[in-house]
Design a protein around this ligand. Structure first.
Ligand code: DP6
Length: 325
């Protein structure tokens, strides 16, 4: 059967960086995020006995043999649950550049999970879809539920993400400022492993874990200043770990640093805007919708921006009717 799903990337306020079990993708700390309505993947999966092997392609983008293997491994997980041996054709597309630190693997694997499970007629609960997506890419588990998500670190059967608040709970914006669409030098999976050797690895995990209750509270109270401050704190701690990994991983460029400094300046001049950065040079600006125009106006003075994507919190990963083939 052929099914198509749409799933959204997330931006984490408290990030996932470091695994206590690599094979099971169990995180060292719980993480909290918001999904991004303009950063999504659409994936069509067709299981049929006319396919003699699995096919995977990403519309308008190159895929490496490593990426194809990762997709096939995930199809195997889903085939095992459904107890079928059918091969599949998988076509996917992203609304945003992949591998630039905007977490296309998260939305991609979440969409693949939902589409493949439905194509094999599996009726999985959101929790089970989230666990399954996690096994393909950790952050993909947060791309299953809607709005604002928490991924409880947990163990294999209880490490999954669920929604803390629906998408329409709070009109927060994530303004993604893209400086480069080039593929990042070190992928996240490798980066997680290299980070173990940073002297700051464990202290960042402790800090992130300690910040979880405050982040939950900031969301409950819609306390934007606290949420923004926590997001910057964990982002900088994660990048300190990355930069002190062995070998070091420096995802930032000069443009990243310039924008961080501008955000501090804009805040001093009265605009409540905060930054966070994933595994790449591009910067996510967090603000409330009332401040959108002011932030966009200030961004006009920032050089070398190649694209800006304005995101609101997004719905859960879901099936859609328009197939890609
Ligand atoms: C920096 O989920 O891409 O975006 O589990 O190895 O696939 P794997 O890693 P991945 O790591 C994402 C890390 C991050 C932070 C975050 O989204 O929490």
């Amino acid at each position: 059967m052929k099914k198509t799903a749409k799933a959204f990337a997330t931006i984490a306020f408290i990030k996932y960086w470091g695994k206590k079990n690599e094979a099971l993708r169990l995180p060292q700390n719980s993480s909290i995020s918001m999904s991004l309505d303009r950063c999504f993947s659409i994936t069509t999966v067709d299981f049929d006995n006319r396919y003699k092997k699995d096919y995977f392609s990403l519309e308008n983008e190159m895929v490496s043999s490593k990426e194809i293997d990762r997709v096939i491994k995930h199809l195997d997980r889903i085939r095992n649950i459904a107890k079928v041996k059918l091969c599949a054709k998988v076509v996917s597309k992203n609304s945003f550049p992949k591998s630039t630190g905007a977490a296309s693997s998260a939305s991609g694997f979440a969409a693949l999970t939902v589409a493949a499970a439905a194509a094999l007629n599996l009726k999985l609960a959101e929790k089970d879809l989230s666990i399954l997506a996690r096994l393909a890419s950790g952050s993909a588990c947060r791309s299953i539920p809607e709005g604002f998500q928490i991924w409880q670190a947990g163990n294999n059967n209880n490490s999954y993400a669920y929604s803390l608040h629906p998408a329409n709970y709070w009109d927060l914006l994530d303004i993604l400022v893209i400086f480069t669409k080039e593929i990042k030098p070190v992928g996240s999976t490798e980066g997680h492993a290299l980070s173990r050797k940073s002297p700051f690895y464990l202290s960042r995990i402790k800090q992130a874990t300690d910040l979880i209750p405050q982040t939950v509270k900031a969301l409950v109270n819609k306390d934007f200043a606290t949420l923004g401050q926590i997001s910057e704190q964990d982002c900088l701690a994660m990048h300190a770990v990355m930069m002190t990994s062995q070998p070091p991983i420096i995802y930032w460029t000069g443009y990243t640093v310039d924008l961080i400094r501008k955000v501090y300046f804009w805040r001093q001049s009265g605009i409540p805007v905060y930054f966070t950065i994933d595994a790449g040079p591009n910067v996510h600006l967090l603000c409330q919708s009332t401040d959108k125009e002011k932030v966009l106006n200030n961004l006009k003075s920032v050089k070398s921006i190649v694209d800006i994507i304005i995101n609101k919190p997004a719905p859960e990963a879901h099936l859609i009717n328009n197939h890609l083939f």
